[in-house]
Write a protein that binds this ligand. Structure first.
Ligand SMILES: NC(=O)c1ccc[n+]([C@@H]2O[C@H](COP(=O)([O-])OP(=O)(O)OC[C@H]3O[C@@H](n4cnc5c(N)ncnc54)[C@H](OP(=O)(O)O)[C@@H]3O)[C@@H](O)[C@H]2O)c1
Length: 295
């Protein structure tokens, strides 16, 4: 039995689907307020709970062999990184250990080890990584770059308007990872010997400069992109203003700022290592978008 947290998230849904396609037993940890009917339809056992409740985490871990932690705080679920990205994972690791779980897969983030002081999610991920490594559990820590699925709504908007908003330096590199490939790596990590007790950077097939993304959109929709490119200082101004009325929002924007200000890409040798370990070719962003946008 696999326990998947964040099962209603962009990545979690893919992980649950893949496990069910392979006929694996899955317990999907979901909130009552979430949309989880499709997970039930696929044959997942739905466990309704809140990751802020340690008791519920302990209950969810009973009878489980593998845990995939794919939950996270974001600007929409208004979760606090301290509670969701940090505490809930510490409780999950403790509960997994107590329940005799055989392997724990943790979805961290590329750059978790860089010490971005102003980015609460990065800080939480780094602390959890260290806790997991010291836990005595078999583990795989995956550090993905940005997910390709995040770009689908932007692509759909681009199709209508031709406009792409790019905040900050357009030449910063990123290796957006196919969310499908990441789900496959997360699932295979419990069985691939070379992934045991490893920390792996996970990016897509290419490192792209950020201004290549609207050009890919342009090729897909046969439309010249209009790139609106405000400087990072514009975000800083918004943060400073928000800080006066909402310190929480200011803090949340710290993670976004770190994402916009820094490079998040994998080297060719890191990608080759992944491809050898998991025995498949990582997909390019353009191929992923064409598949999912049916163009
Ligand atoms: N998206 C990216 O580009 C990216 C890049 C690198 C790393 N990551 C990491 O990858 C993981 C998956 O990201 P994602 O984009 O797929 O996440 P997501 O779409 O934002 O989904 C977050 C998931 O966490 C769940 N969750 C939040 N608070 C919860 C709580 N208190 N109790 C139970 N469930 C709770 C949400 O449930 P609800 O449906 O109820 O809100 C949702 O299922 C996260 O750890 C994230 O930090 C993401």
């Amino acid at each position: 039995m696999f326990l998947v947290t964040g099962a209603t998230g962009g990545l979690g849904r893919k992980i649950v689907s893949l496990l069910r396609q392979r006929g694996q037993a899955v317990r999907a940890f979901v909130r009552l307020t979430s949309r989880y009917g499709d997970l039930e339809q696929r044959g997942a056992e739905v466990f309704i709970g809140d990751l802020q409740q340690e008791r519920e985490i302990q209950k969810a871990c009973q009878g489980v062999q593998y845990v995939i932690s794919a939950h996270g705080s974001n600007e929409f679920n208004r979760g606090k990184p301290e509670a969701i990205d940090y505490r809930a994972n510490i409780d999950l690791i403790d509960a997994a250990k107590a329940a005799g779980v055989q392997h724990f897969v943790f979805i961290s983030v590329l750059g978790a080890d860089r010490g971005y002081e102003d980015a609460p999610v990065f800080k939480a991920k780094w602390a959890v990584e260290q806790y997991l490594r010291a836990s005595g559990l078999n583990y795989t820590i995956l550090r993905p770059s940005g997910f390709s699925s995040n770009l689908l709504p932007l692509a759909e908007r681009f199709e209508q308007t031709g406009i792409y908003l790019l905040i900050g330096d357009a030449k910063i590199r990123t290796s957006i990872v196919s969310t499908d490939d990441l789900a496959r790596i997360a699932v295979d990590s419990v069985a691939v010997e070379g992934a045991r007790n490893q920390t792996l950077s996970v990016g897509g097939a290419q490192a792209l400069t950020r201004d290549e993304i609207p050009r890919i959109f342009g090729r897909i929709f046969n439309r010249e992109p209009l790139i609106i490119n405000p400087p990072l200082a514009a975000l800083d101004a918004v943060r400073a203003l928000l800080g006066v009325v909402s310190p929480d929002s200011r803090q949340a924007l710290g993670t976004l700022r770190s994402l916009l200000a820094n490079e998040f890409f994998c080297t060719p040798s890191e990608i080759q290592h992944l491809e050898t370990l998991f025995n498949f070719k990582m997909e390019t962003l353009e191929s992923y978008l064409r598949r999912h946008l049916s163009v």
